[in-house]
Design a binder for this molecule. Structure first.
Ligand code: IRN
Length: 556
C-alpha cells in the first residue's frame, strides 16, 4: 500500500480489526475509500508478508462506525470538490428539497458523459477514482502475480470504447464512483423500493444504507407505491453508491396505473425529473417491439418483466410501435446532458427455464445491440440487461450471444436462476447462475433475495441477498484470475489452518455472522479462549486440520 497517501484509520461498522481508510489520488484531489483489516499475525504469501489486507469497500461514510449520520442532511457532495471543469454546465429547474441545491444540466446540444470525456482523451476524477479503488492499494501484489494494476488511462480507454461504464450523474455528487465492465471486479446491484402495499421512506433509506454496508455496488430504487419522488430524493442524498431506477414505473403512477394512458410526454418529463434529482442509470425497455409480442405472449410464462408487460400493453392498446424505441434518440439526448447511463431492459427475459434462449429473448438482445450503437453515437454510456430463468447448461450461450450482438457493452443479469423450484431460496438459485455467467464475462449481477416470487424483501432479506451475490461475484473474480480476490482467500486459508479465529472473522464476506456463529460454538464447547483448535462441527478429536498439524509436527 502507498502509505504516504493513506489516511488515518477510522473504526469500522465491521468491528475493531476493520477500519475505514482513504487513499489520495495523484491527478485530482480525490480520497478513495477502502476498508483495511488488521490481522493478528503476519502471513506469508509468495514471499511477501501480510499483517493487514485492504479490501474494496462500498459502505462509504456509513462504514465509519463513529460518524453520526443524519439522514435528513444527507452525505457530503464530495465530487463537487474535485475541481473538474465540465465546461458546459448550467443550473436548471427548482431547488432539490433536501439540500436546496439547484440541479445542473449541460447547455443545449452538449454532452457531459464520462464517455464523452473519455473519447476526447480526458481522464476525469471519476476515472482516477475507480482505478485506485479497483487496485485496493495492492499494486505491488498484482504485479508480483503477473497482473497489471488498473491505471486511469486504462479506465479511460475502456469507457471510450463502451466496454465499461461509470454511472455518475452530475447531479449525484455524493457518490464514490465505481466502474462496471468485464475487465474490472464483478459488481452486484441490490433492488429496493416500496410497493403499493408496503414500506415507508425511512425504511427504504435504511435498506439503501444497509445494502451499501453489506457490499452492494449499486442500488436500484424500484418504488411503485406512495411518495416515489420523495423516497428517491432521500435515497439519493444518502447514497454513496450509484442509484438506478426504472422511470417507467413512476410514469405509470402519474397516469393512474393505466398503461394505455402513458405518453411520450409523461415519460420524457419523468426522465428529466429523475435526472435532475441525480439518478445515475435508468432501465429503459426499448427493445421490446410490437412485432415480437405474439411470440412472447405465447410462451409458457409470457412476459415476466414489469416494464416489458407495461409497454406490451401500450403497444397493443395503441396499435403502435413501443415509444421507448421510436423515441430512443430523444431519450439519449436527455441522458447525455446529465450523464445518466442507460441499462437497456430485457423486457423479454425468460421467466421459466422452458422459455430460456428462445427467439423472443435473443431477438430482443439483437435489438439492444443496435440501440447500443445509437446511444454511443451520442456518447451515452450503456449496459445491457440479461435474464432471468436459464438452466445451467444454457447460460454460456447467453454470454456468447451478448458479446456477439452488443459490441462488448457490459452485461448485467438478474441471476440467471437455474431452476424454477427454489422459492424461498431463490437468492441461492440466482447466485449459482450468476457465478457462472460472471465467470464468463458478465459485469454486474442483480441480486435476488429469499423473497423473490413471494413478497417485498425486508432488511434481513436484503443482507442475505447481498452477501450471497457477493459470494458469487467473488468466486467469479477468482475464476477470472483476480490477484486481489485470490489473496483474500489465501490469507483466509492460512488463518483457518492456524485457528486464527479473529482473522477468519475479519476476512469473511460477512464478519458479523461469522463471529456470531463462532460465539455460539464457544458457548457450546465451554472453551472461551477464542483460540480453540477445533469447532463444534468435528469436536476436538476429529478436527482434520488439528490432526494434520499434529502429524506434521511429530514428523510422522
Ligand atoms: C437486471 C437484469 N435484468 C433485469 N434486471 C433488473 O430488473 C433491472 O435492473 C431492474 O432492477 C429490474 C427491472 O425489472 P422489470 O421491469 O424488467 O421487471
Amino acid at each position: 500500500m502507498n502509505q504516504e497517501n493513506a489516511s488515518c484509520p477510522k473504526k469500522h461498522f465491521f468491528g475493531p480489526a476493520s477500519s475505514r481508510i482513504t487513499v489520495k489520488g495523484t491527478i485530482y484531489p480525490i480520497e478513495v475509500g477502502m476498508r483495511r483489516v488488521a490481522l493478528t499475525r503476519s502471513y506469508e504469501c509468495k514471499g511477501e508478508r501480510f499483517d493487514a489486507m485492504p479490501l474494496y469497500d462500498t459502505s462509504g461514510p456509513f462504514g465509519d462506525a463513529e460518524r453520526e449520520h443524519d439522514v435528513r442532511k444527507g452525505l457530503e457532495p464530495v465530487r463537487d470538490r474535485w475541481g473538474f471543469d465540465r465546461g458546459t454546465v448550467e443550473s436548471v429547474g427548482g431547488e432539490l428539497s433536501m439540500t436546496g441545491r439547484k440541479p445542473r444540466v449541460a447547455k443545449a446540444g452538449e454532452a457531459v458523459t464520462q464517455m464523452h470525456f473519455a473519447r476526447k482523451g480526458i481522464v476525469t476524477p471519476e476515472m482516477e477514482y475507480v482505478a485506485i479503488r479497483e487496485n485496493q492499494a495492492l499494486e505491488a501484489w498484482i504485479e508480483k502475480c503477473g497482473g497489471k494494476p488498473v491505471t486511469p488511462e486504462m479506465v479511460r480507454s475502456e469507457v471510450a470504447r463502451g466496454r465499461a461504464i461509470i454511472p455518475a450523474n452530475i447531479n449525484h455528487p455524493e457518490i464514490e464512483p465505481m466502474i462496471i465492465g468485464r475487465n474490472f471486479r464483478v459488481k452486484i446491484n441490490a433492488n429496493i423500493g416500496n410497493s403499493a402495499l408496503g414500506s415507508s421512506i425511512d425504511e427504504e433509506v435504511e435498506k439503501a444504507v444497509w445494502s451499501c454496508r453489506w457490499g452492494a455496488d449499486t442500488v436500484m430504487d424500484l418504488s411503485t407505491g406512495k411518495n416515489i419522488h420523495q423516497t428517491r430524493e432521500w435515497i439519493l442524498r444518502n447514497s454513496p453508491v450509484p442509484i438506478g431506477t426504472v422511470p417507467l414505473y413512476q410514469a405509470l403512477e402519474k397516469v393512474g396505473g393505466k398503461a394505455e394512458e402513458l405518453s411520450w410526454e409523461v415519460y420524457r418529463d419523468t426522465l428529466v425529473e429523475q435526472a435532475e434529482q441525480g439518478v445515475d442509470y435508468f432501465t429503459i425497455h426499448s427493445g421490446i417491439l410490437a412485432a415480437t409480442l405474439p411470440d412472447a405472449e405465447a410462451r409458457q410464462t409470457g412476459i415476466v418483466s414489469r416494464g416489458g408487460s407495461i409497454m406490451a400493453r401500450w403497444c397493443r392498446a395503441h396499435k403502435q410501435e413501443n415509444f421507448l424505441f421510436t423515441r430512443f434518440d430523444d431519450i439519449c439526448d436527455i441522458l447525455r446532458s446529465y450523464d445518466v447511463a442507460i441499462s437497456l431492459g430485457d423486457a423479454l427475459r425468460p421467466g421459466s427455464i422452458g422459455d430460456a434462449n428462445d427467439a423472443a429473448q435473443f431477438g430482443e438482445l439483437k435489438t439492444l445491440g443496435e440501440l447500443t450503437l445509437r446511444a454511443w453515437k451520442r456518447d451515452v454510456q450503456v449496459m445491457i440487461e440479461g435474464p432471468g430463468h436459464v438452466p445451467l447448461h444454457m447460460i454460456r450461450e447467453n454470454m456468447e450471444m451478448q458479446l456477439k450482438h452488443c459490441h462488448e457493452a457490459p452485461f448485467y443479469t438478474l441471476g440467471p436462476l437455474v431452476t424454477d423450484v427454489a422459492a424461498g431460496y431463490d437468492h441461492v438459485n440466482s447466485a449459482i447462475g450468476g457465478t457462472l455467467i460472471a465467470s464468463l464475462g458478465c459485469s454486474m449481477l442483480c441480486y435476488v433475495t429469499p423473497k423473490e416470487h413471494l413478497g417485498l424483501p425486508n432488511r434481513d432479506d436484503v443482507r442475505e441477498g447481498v452477501i450471497v451475490h457477493r459470494v458469487a461475484a467473488h468466486a467469479a473474480d477468482i475464476a477470472k484470475g483476480s490477484a486481489t480476490a485470490w489473496l483474500r482467500d489465501e490469507l483466509m486459508s492460512k488463518a483457518r489452518y492456524a485457528f486464527a479465529w479473529e482473522d477468519q472473522f475479519s476476512l469473511a464476506l460477512d464478519p458479523l455472522k461469522t463471529r456470531q456463529i463462532h460465539a455460539q460454538n464457544i458457548a457450546a464447547t465451554g472453551d472461551t479462549s477464542a483460540t480453540a483448535k477445533y469447532c463444534t462441527m468435528c469436536g476436538p478429536d476429529f478436527c482434520s486440520m488439528k490432526r494434520s498439524q499434529e502429524t506434521t509436527a511429530a514428523g510422522l
